[in-house]
Design a protein around this ligand. Structure first.
Ligand code: MN
Length: 327
């Protein structure tokens, strides 16, 4: 930690970024540091790989964030780059290769476990898997830098923490998320607007999509495992953004009998974004890793290729075995 704040103090030109298909956590964390570092007169920019999902636009992201996909020739020169909410450089490609050429030091700030197989973050990285969100790490960095909070920083941090804990549901047995949130609420952050933007953003079209999708769930292991495929055609015809598929899996996980759920989101023919969720004692990170992905113990994912039937059979087999070991 001191290590990382020292690096920030010594650097003038700083780039902030997060993983592709960004979520509220990475986005809130990078925005909070953006506002904070501007207060101490750093030359700071946010450059993300791809576009910001619409539900986060209330944060004014369009004005602040530069998108590498819109301008792959953009200037990437900097003293330091801080990457939030992942420690897997592959999730920033092709931006990461450019950063490696033009930035003196690249550091990951993250709460995901390191990959068993796959790229490792540099030694200066700040990884704390006990944190319930990357926003909490961003908060600690801002405090350590001695930067005073204000409403912009607080709103970004609050978004990050509230999103990743899913309204304080996943707090990892620690009071930390609530304690930080309580402090952030002292600034004028309009929490109910944040909650509405993050969790009350369903559209009529999306409800129609959900009605169709939820009717197609397949159950295995006596109702303990749910598998669902979201087709590309359905996603497009209902005007769904890629990140909205995760709402579907979170919804499915509310089924009481379930130990695990899997979603295959079709991105192109025979190409899927795999998402796996589990409860209590069931670990699903190793399955995502076996497909070249990563994530958390209970929420993992990977970008995979193959025919749906074969991929599904393999995952159902793996998960059935894991479920039988815990029950
Ligand atoms: Mn996160």
């Amino acid at each position: 930690m001191t290590n990382i704040t020292d690096l920030i103090r010594k650097s003038q030109k700083i780039i902030l970024s997060t993983h592709r298909q960004c979520d509220g956590d990475g986005l809130g964390a990078e925005l909070s540091l953006y506002y904070a570092l501007r207060k101490i007169k750093k030359d700071v920019r946010i450059i993300n790989v791809d576009s910001t999902p619409r539900k986060y636009r209330f944060l004014g992201t369009d004005k602040i964030i530069a998108l590498f996909q819109n301008n792959p020739a953009m200037d990437l020169a900097a003293d330091l780059c801080l990457i939030f909410d992942t420690n897997d450089e592959r999730l920033l490609e092709p931006l990461y290769s450019g950063l490696k050429k033009h930035v003196s030091q690249i550091v990951f700030i993250d709460h995901h476990p390191l990959l068993q197989k796959g790229p490792q973050p540099g030694s200066s990285s700040f990884i704390d898997t006990s944190a319930a969100s990357t926003g909490e790490l961003a908060y600690r960095m801002i405090k350590d830098l001695g930067i005073e909070l204000d409403s912009e920083i607080a709103r970004a941090l609050y978004t990050s923490i509230t999103f990743d804990t899913q309204l304080y549901r996943y707090i990892r047995n620690s009071p930390e998320s609530h304690l930080i949130a309580a402090e952030l609420l002292k600034y004028e952050i309009h929490p109910q607007e944040v909650h509405r933007a993050l969790f009350g953003n369903q559209t009529v079209q999306k409800m129609a999509f959900l009605a169709k999708a939820l009717g197609q769930i397949e159950y295995f292991c006596h109702g303990q495992l749910a598998v669902l495929r979201l087709s590309d055609a359905d996603l497009i015809s209902h005007n769904m953004e890629p990140d909205e598929a995760r709402d579907v899996i979170d919804m499915i996980m509310n089924i009481e009998t379930l130990e695990a759920a899997v979603i295959f989101r079709e991105d192109a023919e025979n190409e899927y974004k795999l998402s796996i969720r589990s409860k209590s004692k069931l670990e699903v990170l190793s399955i995502a890793e076996s497909f070249g992905g990563g994530g958390h113990t209970h929420a993992s994912g990977a970008f995979i290729k193959g025919t749906y039937i074969e991929l599904k059979d393999r995952i159902v087999k793996d998960l059935t075995k894991k479920i039988s070991q815990i029950t």
